[in-house]
Design a binder for this molecule. Structure first.
Ligand code: SF4
Length: 369
């Protein structure tokens, strides 16, 4: 098979220095009046899984040109940028990858981030999304470093299916062990994310619900999305969240719950018998762009304003070319204030293609999910 190299960041721009300097005020709004509240930081573009919908082995093979270490933001650089984002109003930081636990000494970064507070003195919500394979070993150290909680991806309990999906020989038991270790370490509430692909793992919806019901972990079903260009996404493989909820409710009666906040991505349901809750993230059938307060920082320091973006803004160039904190903070403010991204709302329309051309969309493994 002809090997394809997926372009991940060919269109990045170095932010210009605007005439007007914008200092952080803790309140920054984009063109749709959405504040900047969440920052997802990808700490590595590598992963030990080869999930078919994210890093298919045919593309991300042994010859794939992952980023060299010198391209990655250092922990000092990440900390410096994170401080500026917090000054602009970010309250939640999520570390992602690739698989973030593959980044060496990640606890050292967590220690630095955990020291930060919002302008009004509140601790950050500091979390991490992981495939769980290294969690059993690392949960205690992550908690000790100051991590608040974790989200673990798990797409099936059936081991043969799980191994087919991760295509790297990891067993579901290994991930469950990681979840148990995270619970024992107090990294709670633990969220378990299951991407549902119709015809592949939708038979696992009810077994997953049964397994996590009453466990304290919150299971969330995510509609399969058209992120990047390497997974051959097809609408026929999307199982709408409404169907997922109906399948669970057939076995375990559910009661709808109010959202914790306007920016919450998941719709929540509790089990009628009080034994916990589930969530559904309906990025395809019920877009939540109107309340999207998330910015994404890639492994090499490019700022993306949408999961479906095709271009980023090169903050690493500013960092490494001697820009001051005031310059970088001002650049971030100008970038966010010009943001109008709402890909999921426009999905399928000519406007969506004009906003983020499918042929060049950035890969999820590069900026985190
Ligand atoms: S499509 Fe983009 S703007 Fe819409 S919710 Fe997702 S990340 Fe946010």
């Amino acid at each position: 098979m002809q090997r394809r190299i997926i372009p991940v960041a060919d269109f990045s721009a170095i932010p210009a220095t605007p005439a007007v300097t914008l200092a952080p005020s803790g309140v920054l709004a984009d063109t749709l009046a959405r504040p900047l509240r969440d920052l997802r930081i990808s700490v590595t573009d590598r992963c030990n899984f080869r999930c078919v919908y994210c890093m298919p082995r045919a593309v991300f093979d042994k010859d794939y040109p992952f980023l060299p270490h010198a391209s990655l933001l250092s922990f000092e650089e990440i900390e410096r940028l994170a401080r500026l984002f917090v000054a602009h109003g970010v309250e939640k930081i999520r570390l992602t990858g690739g698989e973030p636990l593959l980044r060496k000494n990640l606890e050292h970064l967590i220690e630095r981030l955990a020291m930060m507070t919002t302008p009004d003195g509140r601790p950050l919500d500091l979390t991490l999304t992981t495939n769980g394979s290294l969690l059993a070993r690392k949960a205690r150290a992550l908690k000790d470093a100051g991590l608040t909680r974790v989200t673990v991806s798990l797409d099936a309990l059936d081991d043969a299916l799980f191994q087919r999906m991760n295509d790297a020989g990891y067993s579901a038991a290994n991930v469950l062990e990681g979840i148990a270790a995270a619970q024992a370490a107090g990294l709670e509430p633990i969220k378990v994310n299951m991407v549902v692909k119709r015809g592949t793992n939708d038979g696992e919806i009810v077994p997953m619900a049964r397994h996590f019901k009453g466990s304290g972990a919150i299971l969330r079903f995510i509609e399969y999305m058209d992120v990047g260009t390497s997974n051959g996404w097809n609408m026929a493989e999307v199982l709408p969240s409404a169907d997922v909820v109906a399948r669970v409710a057939e076995h375990f009666p559910l009661v709808p719950l109010e959202a914790h906040s306007a920016a919450e991505t998941a719709q929540r349901w509790s089990y009628a018998d009080g034994s916990g809750e589930i969530g559904v993230i309906s990025s395809v059938t019920r877009a939540f762009c109107g309340s999207c307060t998330r910015a994404r920082l890639s492994t090499e320091g490019k700022l993306y304003l949408c999961l479906f973006a095709s271009s980023g803004h090169d903050l690493r160039a500013l960092l490494r070319n001697g820009a001051s904190d005031a310059d970088i903070a001002s650049a971030v403010a100008h970038i966010w204030q010009a943001r109008g991204d709402r890909y999921s709302q426009l999905r399928g329309s000519a406007a969506a293609e004009a906003q983020e051309p499918g042929a060049h969309r950035v890969e999820m493994s590069y900026i985190g999910g």
